[in-house]
Design a protein around this ligand. Sequence first.
Ligand code: ATP
Length: 274
Amino acid sequence: DRKRQMKPKAPSYMTFDDIGGQDRAKHELKEALDFLIRHEDIKKFGIRPLKGILLTGPPGTGKTLMAKAAAHYTNSVFVSAAGSEFVEMYVGVGASRIRDMFKEARMRAQKENKESAIIFIDEIDVIGGKREGGQHREYDQTLNQLLTEMDGMHSGEAPRVLIIAATNRKEMLDSALLRPGRFDRHITVDLPDKKGRLHILNIHSANKPLADEVSLDKIAEETFHFSGAQLESVMNEAAIYAMRESSENVEQKHLSLAIDKVMMGEKADRETTK
Ligand code: ATP
């Protein structure tokens, strides 16, 4: 049966066990990470090294968690940035930030004595959107710099670098990014099914006192179409309701209120972006 004891404070790194559901995505990612781990075999078989993995799927499904877990799994340093951080008014600044990010990854790997580095770029679509009709945009240079860095990456000597990028809008990406030797492995990170939702709810309730009446199974049933991030919010909001009431435990009524709140928040978000 479900454990109700409190878990000790979470460590600062992320493992694949801390990610609920996503069994297929986790499996595919681990398989791809073999490229980093089994680099000797990759060489022996003359396999083209893997440079980039693209994670696609709706917001809040755990793409960032996956990239962090990948770093822990492969004993790599983890360097991360969001596409929007490279967008600057002045020409060339984005490109030089890309260069700096690669430098930082290599430097940190050396300093921390690690053989590999994982660079995570969230919202890759911001810099990697389709370059249309000769329109010259500042971020063309940023994208070009990223492509140049990737083309210059060699699998041979340490530190080996792997880039994991995430997007909710794969169809927006420039085809240059998706060519072989660049982001040529795509892994879909979808909204969780019921089993996945239950797993995620279990993970995010492990540090909370739950009343015995609470059925996480029932909550997983009621939260169709919720993302992992929303499920985390449900558990958190429910705990806040419980605390405000000076209740001993998080009860079913707190969870029901929290589900409504998260659902309403979602609706309000949709309405303002209409
Ligand atoms: P975005 O596209 O908005 O950047 P994302 O897919 O990268 O989102 P994360 O940042 O990985 O999503 O997830 C946000 C938070 O939601 C996590 O810190 C975690 O608390 C929770 N979460 C999301 N997915 C899961 C999951 N599969 N298992 C456990 N927690 C999850």
